[in-house]
Design a protein around this ligand. Structure first.
Ligand code: PMP
Length: 398
């Protein structure tokens, strides 16, 4: 039965990691990843997470099945972060939240549910977008198209083109929007642009699907929820996938959530019942550990404060690396203006480096980046920053 099976193409970013691992140069740097590293180049184990895990280990809880939708304490914690604890939507019972296997799992459950709800719809993702968006929605059975987003000449968003495209879409089209810290470009919408996106979704009858994988990595937990708050105030129904992979540094525990805003508590009950069917036939119910740890942190005032401080520390370190890189490139005599790197938000930057320049970084310096020129600022640290700046300077100067 496997004789005619073809080799599937390699995941471009995971392929990069394999090549990096095989590189024997001591000075090598992997800027291709989508992971936050601390200044020692390590994935942090947050102190708040460590404390919650210690308490959980000491309590030795039995490992029964979770409810299909996950634990109430977890789902409520997610809702408060996304919508704010005084949200009218939450008070009215208009939000359905289920614990999902990371942000990816949330997108997949949402996509599968949408396919049942709107089988003839088309999904629109930003150009460019996180590379898994297209594959995820295609695997749920949707045609996937793009809307204009990044404008290379300004290193920002071509908002006029994005808005014009949204305003031309047919009713019922699903629009995937990066709520903050756009991956891969680092270019986000302004508050007023979000208002315009909400207006376009309303006037055209579009289905917004916000992907929130980096809450807290741009300006802060509340500030980064601006898109969610704009949609919440609009009276529209919409979807949100969210993830704690980055904000809790819990990548491998697979902790995320899908939230759906409905028009009433009664509708929420029916929607939840259908989403539970999607989950039941897929993985039945979520694992216990990661969600329990996140819930314990969010529901303890002390641990929550500690987590917020640690998240602020990650955010500030990335910002310092952005400024540091721009200054170091200047000091290396690079004439080109790289100050856009400071304006971009979240973990990533579209540097404008060409595929050929990225290739030179790898061959000559052992520095790995995505061929599109995307680098992860969170992989820079005080030890490798100077080396990376020298290498980039060498390839941009010719
Ligand atoms: N959406 C975006 C935009 C992402 O960048 C990522 C992670 N790289 C995800 C979703 C998925 O997150 P998770 O790792 O929690 O599945």
């Amino acid at each position: 039965i496997f004789a005619a099976v073809e080799m599937a193409p390699r995941d471009p970013i995971l392929g990069l990691n394999e090549a990096f691992a095989a590189d024997t140069r001591a000075e090598k740097v992997n800027l291709g990843v989508g992971v936050y590293y601390d200044d020692n180049g390590k994935i942090p184990l947050l102190a708040a997470v460590r404390a919650a895990e210690k308490a959980r280990l000491e309590a030795m809880p039995a490992r029964g099945y979770q409810p299909i939708e996950g634990a109430v304490a977890y789902n409520t914690g997610v809702q408060n972060l996304l919508f704010g604890k005084d949200s009218a939507l939450l008070a009215n019972g208009q939000v359905v939240t289920i614990e999902a296997l990371g942000g990816t799992g949330a997108l997949k459950v949402g996509a599968d549910y949408l396919k049942r709800l709107l089988p003839g719809s088309t999904v629109y993702i930003s150009d460019p977008s996180w590379e898994n968006h297209r594959a995820l929605f295609e695997s749920a059975g949707f045609p996937v198209e793009t809307y204009p987003y990044y404008e290379a000449s300004t290193r920002g968003v071509d908002f006029a083109a994005m808005k014009a495209k949204l305003e031309s879409l047919p009713a019922g089209a699903i629009v995937v929007l990066h709520a903050c810290c756009h991956n891969p470009t680092g270019a986000d919408l302004s508050d007023t642009q979000w208002d315009d996106v909400v207006a376009a979704c309303r006037s055209r009858g579009l289905i917004p699907f916000l992907d929130m994988a980096y809450q807290g990595f741009a300006d802060g937990i509340e500030a980064d929820a601006v898109a969610v708050r704009a949609f919440s105030a609009s009276g529209l129904q919409f979807f949100i996938s969210s993830s704690f992979s980055k904000s809790f540094s819990l990548y491998g525990e697979r902790v995320g959530a899908l939230s759906v805003v409905t028009s009433s508590k009664e509708e929420s009950g029916r929607v939840l019942s259908q989403i539970k069917r999607v989950i039941r036939t897929n993985y039945s119910n979520p694992p216990t550990h990661g969600g329990a740890v996140v819930a314990a942190v969010l529901n303890s005032p002390e641990l929550r404060q500690q987590w917020e401080d640690e998240l602020a520390g990650m955010r500030d370190r990335i910002r310092a690396m952005r400024t540091g890189l721009v200054e170091a490139l200047k000091a290396e005599g690079v004439a080109q203006d790289f100050s856009f790197v400071i304006k971009q938000r979240g973990m990533f930057s579209y540097t404008g480096l060409s595929a050929a320049q990225v290739e030179r970084l790898k061959n000559e310096f052992g520095i790995y980046a995505v061929s599109t020129g995307r680098i992860c600022l969170a992989a820079l640290n005080n030890k490798n920053l100077g080396y990376v700046a020298k290498a980039i300077a060498a390839v941009v100067k010719g």
